[in-house]
Design a protein around this ligand. Sequence first.
Ligand code: HEC
Length: 104
Amino acid sequence: MLLFAAIQFAAAQAPSAPGKPLPPGPMQAKVKAACTQCHNTSRITEQHMTRQQWSDQLEKMEGLGAVIADADRSAMLNYLTKNFGPGKGTAAKNAVKKSGQSTD
Ligand code: HEC
C-alpha cells in the first residue's frame, strides 16, 4: 500500500507545510508531478547534492515507487543538480562568488 506509506510519510512532516516551490525550469512540472506524490518539495529543495548523488537518489526513489521516464532522467538530473547542487547552499552561495573555479 504505497498510498498508506505516503500518508504516513507526509504526516511525519509539518502537517500543513506546502513545501518550498520548485524553481522554474524545463523540468519543473515533471519533477513536481513525479516527485511530490509522497513528500512535499522541501524534501528536494533542502538538498545540496552532486549529480551522482542525485542519480543515486532517483534510483532510490524508483525503488520506493517513483516513476521517472528514461527520456526525462538526464534533464531531470540537470535540473536537480543546477538548482540543488552542492554549491547551492546558502553558505556555499556566498562563498562561491565568481571565482571561476568549479570543482564539479
Ligand atoms: C513512491 C513515493 C515517492 C516518490 C514518488 C518520490 N519519493 Fe522521494 N522519498 C520517498 C520516501 C519514503 C523518502 C524517505 C526515505 C528515507 O528517509 O529513507 C523520500 C526521500 C527523498 C529525499 C530525501 C532523502 C534524504 O536523504 O533525506 C529526496 C531528496 C527525495 N526523496 C527526492 C525525490 C525525487 C527527486 C523524486 C522524484 C523523482 C521523489 N523523491 C519521488 C518517497 C518517494
